[in-house]
Design a protein around this ligand. Structure first.
Ligand SMILES: Nc1nc2c(ncn2[C@@H]2O[C@H](COP(=O)(O)OP(=O)(O)OP(=O)(O)O)[C@@H](O)[C@H]2O)c(=O)[nH]1
Ligand SMILES: [Mg+2]
Length: 297
């Protein structure tokens, strides 16, 4: 299944609800606009992003003298695609090694996403090293090790309770010695309001900066697509603290409504780089703004 089919399947409920607005009206009038607006808010686009999209649509309808809701559908697809097209959606891995730090609240899919990314990078010929900087739970490093085995990549870990920054330090040394291309760093799930955990992230970032000053670095924020507008709040707070360079929206195969992807990209002006569409190693798709807008609308 390609990107389009998988996403379409996951978002079918939302897409059907929005589609019914376009098929339920033939002409563009106030009732149509009202219903469309409501369907976008229900799809998790959030109030502000919905308003922005609706304003752009109204303007385009006027300027281009559109009359049918079919034409409005095409216009809205283009508007949403350009709203989420806020930067490079690929990972910057231009140095050897480069570092990808993966952060987010508990249970959003950080470790799983690392396993999936490791698999993709390995397939593309990169030498990948996983770093188990989630030392908070005993099982966390074990879980990452299972993913390392699945992806066929190496892992650096220490005992439970070790200083996460020390594990990162080790991983950087190992990456140098083994000439790894990419270090993928798992971190403990944290609440953006837990100060000591947020300080710990800062310490990890400082170690990376000190040890690899010129290296390409990504900070990927993982958000659970099913948590809706709460995900947007998390994204705002993490991005203020952690210098997020890209986002991953997971669980778009389940009950997620999908519009949250557009809301976070538009609100933060940080590109979504991947979307998770299942629990298996292949269930991670590169984010393609145009395809996503088309699947949703
Ligand atoms: N359906 C679905 N499930 C997912 C996806 N990504 C992750 N999961 C599931 O979400 C659960 C949590 O995933 P983890 O990778 O352990 O999440 P985490 O962020 O590392 O969690 P902590 O380390 O506890 O903070 C697991 O059951 C995963 O299988 C996805 O894209 N779709
Ligand atoms: Mg984890």
């Amino acid at each position: 299944m390609g990107f389009f089919d998988k996403i379409k399947q996951g978002l079918s409920k939302t897409a059907t609800a929005i589609s019914q607005v376009f098929t339920g009206f033939s002409e563009i009038d106030d009732d149509f606009y009202d219903e469309l607006e409501e369907s976008l808010i229900l799809a998790d686009l959030g109030f502000e992003t919905t308003e922005k999209a609706m304003d752009a649509l109204r303007q385009r309808v006027k300027e281009q003298k559109l009359t049918t809701t079919d034409e409005a559908r095409t216009a809205l697809r283009e508007i949403l695609a350009s709203m989420v097209d806020v930067g490079d959606t690929s990972l910057n891995l231009s140095t050897q090694p480069s570092v990808v730090l993966v952060i987010g609240v508990n249970g959003v899919g950080k470790t799983t996403t690392i396993g999936k990314i490791a698999h993709q990078l390995k397939d593309s010929g990169k030498k990948v090293l996983l770093c188990a900087a989630d030392t908070f739970r005993a099982a966390a490093a074990d879980q990452l090790e299972i993913w390392a085995g699945r992806a066929g990549v190496e892992i650096v870990r220490q005992d439970e309770g070790a200083d996460p920054a020390a594990v990162v330090f080790d991983a950087i040394a190992a990456a140098r010695a083994r000439k790894a291309d990419v270090i993928l760093c798992d971190t403990a799930g944290r609440l953006h309001n837990k100060q000591n955990l947020m300080n710990e992230l800062g310490k990890i970032a400082r170690i990376i900066e000190r040890e690899l000053p010129g290296a390409a670095k990504e900070v990927l924020l993982v958000l659970d697509g099913t948590t809706g507008q709460n995900g947007l709040m998390q994204a705002r707070q993490f991005s203020q603290i952690a210098g997020v360079t890209g986002m991953v929206l997971t669980k778009l195969d389940g009950t997620a409504k999908g519009g949250i992807v557009i809301a976070v990209a538009d609100d933060l002006q940080i590109p979504v780089k991947f979307i998770g569409v299942g629990e298996q190693i292949d269930d991670l798709m590169p984010f393609v703004p145009k395809d996503f807008a088309e699947a949703l609308i």
